[in-house]
Write a protein that binds this ligand. Structure first.
Ligand code: NAD
Length: 455
């Protein structure tokens, strides 16, 4: 029998670095059965023992940060600095989740005639389907709290980036996690991923990826009333008011949409600038964009690497005709999937590059007149993942934070993700929340038990 394979390509060179076998639907079926068995023992284990094993897993990841980071540079083209942070984030997520195991408390609710308690029970086997843009952190966002809450996890990495996920599964075993509790199943979305979504033995799907595929996963999950958490796309605003520290706002803008070559669901790709300071802001922004260092991701000085693939490069190019006016940085020629940092000026608000998720190093600048106009423009999208507000007026910062329909906002900064704070989207950017104080609860079912004292 021939077996499907996926080629893993180094995006900085275009070379094939590894071939990984794909998991068939029958193999998914067998993996679910093994996971279900492992989960029974795991859920029955003492919470302190589960916590200890997860901490040990965090410790083993910590010992392999550099190796995992180098692997991510090779398979995903991430800059080495980012890749080290990403591997460290996996360690931190495991540590944080381990701390929750013994704090997964139910409640005791006052009722007449007895005692009422709630019990948070694990769901069973969780399917985590991850994208290629942040292979390690996003895999861990689902996996760490799911395991901590007493579940087993089947992780399907993206076709292009399975290597760090496969290595993490080896490290889990090295740390002493029970066999089959955490399995990585590389393969195609419509085969391996779909088999997880359709499988009655998988209790919940945590999907991170495009809004298009997220909608189809929600539809496929409906007949089974399968639980889903969806982390989808974004077209996030970066709102710059005239009263802000314009120099600081301009200096922070490049990496707010160029980090990870713009392949970031939280990228601030709509730069909304108050009309009175529009020209001055662009004068400050142009040198900041032009000086971004784009090149070999393994070089410590590099700020932006290549795009993930030729397909992604073609897609980004399709949004940026040569005659569109804008500010452009530089990028290497030759092999690899390179695209220069680009800020499109004088663009219509309904142009595709100004309203669709490009998922590349491209942002559009649009002027606004006043606070109400800024809020209107910021919300003129089906997405609602993140956004930034630059102002020195604290009342305005709070008003606009309340008015923008997005899950993750930052004032005078471009921060979105911390493992200790909740993360997720409004509108078509997603469903449910990950991370934060309630991360484990998303992997439990609440059972209410009433015990009569009258009998
Ligand atoms: P994608 O939707 O193409 O694929 C994501 C994952 O789903 C991959 O593992 C893929 O194999 C799998 N998949 C594809 N079709 C499937 C199917 N029919 N059934 C089951 N699984 C299937 O997304 P991508 O191109 O890998 O990632 C980019 C997208 O992810 C962007 O839209 C980005 O905004 C989004 N994203 C969102 C967040 C967030 O937290 N909101 C974070 C990162 C990326």
């Amino acid at each position: 029998m021939t077996h499907a394979h996926h080629e893993v390509v180094n995006p900085a060179t275009g070379e094939v670095i590894e071939t990984v076998p794909a998991t068939s639907a029958a193999e998914v079926d067998a993996a679910v059965a093994r996971a279900a068995k492992a989960q029974e023992g795991w859920a029955a284990a003492a919470p302190a023992d589960r916590a200890r094993l997860l901490r040990r897993f965090a410790g083993v990841v910590d010992e392999h940060i550099e190796e995992l980071a180098r692997l991510e540079v090779r398979e995903a083209g991430h800059t080495i600095g980012n890749a080290r942070w990403e591997a460290g984030n996996v360690r931190d997520l495991l540590d944080f989740a381990a701390g929750g195991v013994e704090r997964l408390n139910g409640r005791q609710i006052p009722v007449a005639g007895g005692l009422d308690i709630t019990i948070l029970e694990p769901l069973g086997v969780i399917g985590v389907i991850a994208p290629w843009n942040f292979p390690m952190p996003i895999a861990a966002w689902g996996t760490a709290p799911a395991l901590a809450a007493g579940n087993a996890v089947l992780l399907k990495p993206a076709e292009t980036t399975p290597l760090t996920a496969l290595r993490l599964a080896e490290l889990a075993l090295e740390a002493g996690l029970p066999e089959h509790l955490f399995q990585v199943l590389p393969g195609a979305g419509d085969v391996t991923g779909n088999a997880l979504v359709e499988h009655p033995g998988v209790a919940k799907i945590v999907f991170t990826g495009s809004t298009r595929v997220g909608k189809s996963i929600m539809a496929t999950s409906a007949p089974l009333v399968k639980r889903v958490t969806l982390e989808l796309g974004g077209k996030s605003p970066n709102i710059v008011f005239a009263d802000s520290d314009l120099g600081a706002a301009a200096a922070a803008t490049p990496m707010s949409f160029l980090d990870n070559s713009g392949q970031d669901c939280c990228a601030r790709t709509r730069i909304l600038v108050q009309r009175t300071v529009y020209d001055r802001f662009l004068d400050l922004l142009a040198p900041a964009i032009e000086s971004v260092i784009v090149g070999d991701p393994a070089d410590e000085k590099t700020q932006m690497g290549p795009l993930i693939s030729q397909i992604q490069l073609d897609r980004v190019r399709s949004y940026v005709p040569d005659d569109l006016p804008g500010i452009r940085g530089s990028a290497p020629d030759g092999p690899g999937f390179w695209f220069a940092p680009t800020v499109l000026t004088d663009i219509a608000p309904d142009a595709p590059a100004a309203c669709e998720e490009v998922f590349g190093p491209v942002a559009a600048v649009l002027p606004f007149d006043d606070e109400a106009d800024a809020i209107r423009l910021a919300n003129a999208t089906d997405y609602g993942l993140s956004g930034s507000i630059w102002t020195r007026d604290i009342g305005r910062a709070l008003r606009v934070s309340r008015a923008v329909a997005a899950g993750n906002l930052s004032v005078n900064s471009h921060s979105s993700v911390r493992y200790s704070t909740p993360f997720g989207g409004y509108k078509q950017s997603g469903l449910g929340r990950e991370l934060g104080p309630d991360a484990l609860t998303a992997f439990t079912e609440t059972k209410n038990v009433f015990i009569s004292t009258e009998a």
